[in-house]
Design a protein around this ligand. Structure first.
Ligand SMILES: Cc1cc2nc3c(=O)[nH]c(=O)nc-3n(C[C@H](O)[C@H](O)[C@H](O)COP(=O)(O)OP(=O)(O)OC[C@H]3O[C@@H](n4cnc5c(N)ncnc54)[C@H](O)[C@@H]3O)c2cc1C
Length: 506
């Protein structure tokens, strides 16, 4: 990753090689020696490598990459956008990558591009760390690096002020001539095991008290091999997958969520973007353009996932012979509606942008917040539709591929598990995939993920009001109401457009 000579996006092979850097990753009580060969991560790593190869493949190179204003050829979303056409081209690149995991890898490298491109658009916003911003944009875009990001403080002592939770929350513990030393933990670094660096900041819900919380008012980037930085992983669904047949998604798309721990980790000044600045540390979320831009990536990824879920549901219903029932069609129609809604919102994000940093354009904030809020509802709705109209079908499936390989069982399976369309083999294969998508531990985690993706449920709604206020919408609403109120008084209409009580025909 740090090879200064590399001036083009990594290939898949180079990407895998770049992960062998001595990073400290822990799972099941052991330190992982090589994430690219460990059975908890190796296929997810290969799924990401496939994304990198798509940047170079002749048939997708132009779809995926373009040249930025500095002459750097990179992923289309890794560079700032200056027009609707740029945003649309980014969306197509995001969608292509997303289809390679059927929408089931959320924090692929293009997610953090939502933020990193803004460093290139307006590095001066980060003064006095504008050189850090410039350098990080260039390195990031040139190599198409993969960053994870952690904004959330661990769920401990939330009833206290941030600066009162010194033993847990990330903060500066020492300052040196060449940088800062930080300690503390952050959650949840999705996909971090497979990335090049961690972006650390505060989320929009956090209140930092000026004069007290300066040590916590930080934005910095920590490469994965930073000494003193550790990842503590959750259970791996890739590791517990029984076979591609039984777990076709979790066996290759499980982006592990980890807690990142900094134990007196040194962060050189060139990796610092905000230092002890309460206003900037909390303003970056909305002002850098990150918030509206990330919804273009997350909305497109969610739309692809909904395409996939619609396809799975139609096939599942046909296999059960229930597809044509009126009530079933109505519920299916609702899922298709969610899918159409999210795609339509991504189009709106591109077609109606607003000014962004440094003369760039970013999706309009009031539409971006729609993806954030309604996107968090789509998959829970989908899950309940699946449960209602598939009933027990996803559970009426043999335990594993071995049942089909058992010669005594096979004739019974062929008879009792056949589909209304398709044989038993095809039906079971389909339902194994469907269950992995929606019901397995991996599938359940995905629902949890979508609900919490953009922040806690209250915060998303509170921000909707806050942003509407900041964008002048509340004033517009008020003016409309005021106009209506001003059209009449105790004496009747105040305009001769309408007839009053005295004007009734005799
Ligand atoms: C699968 C998964 C992957 C994730 N990946 C990432 C990632 O890559 N990067 C990242 O940064 N985060 C990630 N997260 C974290 C995610 O952003 C948060 O879970 C989400 O923002 C909700 O925040 P929280 O968990 O702190 O819940 P909370 O904010 O604690 O919310 C829970 C409830 O408590 C209430 N509450 C909490 N504090 C207060 C308060 N002070 N006053 C009043 N009410 C309060 C909330 O309103 C809400 O009703 C991930 C989460 C999941 C589940």
């Amino acid at each position: 990753m740090s090879e200064a000579t590399r001036t083009r996006p990594l290939t898949g092979r180079e990407y895998l090689q770049s992960l062998r850097d001595g990073r400290e990753v822990y799972i099941d009580g052991e330190r992982v020696q090589d994430v690219t060969s460990h059975p908890a991560f190796r296929n997810a790593a290969r799924s990401i490598a496939r994304l990198y190869d798509a940047l170079h493949a002749p048939e997708t190179r132009d779809l995926m990459t373009g040249e930025d204003r500095l002459g750097i050829r990179t992923h289309r979303f890794f560079m700032p956008s200056y027009s609707t056409q740029d945003l649309l081209a980014s969306r197509e690149a995001i969608a292509h990558w997303s289809r390679l995991s059927y929408g089931y890898m959320g924090r692929t490298p293009d997610y953090k591009a939502a933020f990193m491109a803004s460093l290139g658009a307006d590095p001066d916003w980060w003064a006095p760390f504008e050189e850090s911003a410039r350098r990080w944009y260039r390195t990031y875009a040139e190599q198409a690096l993969f960053l994870n990001h952690v904004l959330i403080n661990p769920p401990i002592d939330r009833n206290k002020a941030v600066h009162e939770v010194e033993d847990v929350y990330v903060h500066v513990v020492a300052e040196r001539d060449d940088g800062i030393v930080v300690s503390g933990a952050k959650m949840l670094a999705t996909g971090s095991v497979l990335t090049h660096a961690t972006f650390v900041a505060q989320n929009s819900a956090v209140q930092l008290e000026e004069g007290k919380a300066e040590d916590y008012a930080l934005v910095f980037i920590a490469p994965m091999d930073t000494p003193g930085k550790k990842l503590i992983c959750r259970n791996s669904y890739e590791l517990s997958a029984r076979s591609p047949w039984d777990n076709p998604l979790s066996s290759r798309f499980d982006e592990n969520d980890a807690v990142v721990v900094f134990d007196r980790a040194f962060i050189p000044w060139e990796n610092v973007l905000v230092h002890r600045d309460v206003r900037k540390a909390t303003a970056f979320y909305a002002q850098s353009g990150f918030m509206p831009r990330y919804t273009l990536q997350s909305g497109t990824r969610l739309a692809v996932k909904l395409d996939f879920l619609c396809g799975l549901l139609v096939r599942g219903l046909k296999a059960n012979g229930t597809y044509d029932f009126r009530g079933v069609q109505a519920r299916l129609g609702e899922l298709v509606g969610w899918r159409n809604l999210i795609w339509a919102l991504t189009s709106t994000l591109c077609h109606e942008p607003m000014p962004g940093p440094g003369g760039s354009v970013v999706p309009r904030l009031e539409y971006a917040t729609l993806i954030r809020l309604f996107g968090s509802m789509a998959v829970p709705q989908a899950r309940s539709i699946f449960a209602e109209i598939l009933g027990g079908a996803p559970l009426a499936i043999p335990s594993s591929h071995r049942d089909l390989q058992n010669p005594e069982l096979r004739p019974l399976i062929d008879r009792f598990y056949r589909g209304s369309v398709g044989d038993a083999h095809d039906r079971i294969k389909l339902y194994k995939l469907l269950w992995d998508a929606i019901g397995s531990e991996f599938g359940s985690r995905h629902e949890w993920y979508e609900i919490n993706y953009g922040g806690n449920q209250e915060q998303m709604r509170l921000d909707m009001v806050r942003f509407a206020d900041a964008r002048g919408l509340l004033d517009e609403f008020d003016a409309l109401v005021e106009r209506c109120l001003s059209e009449y008084d105790l004496e009747g209409w105040r305009s001769d457009t309408w007839l009053g009580a005295d004007d009734r025909p005799a």
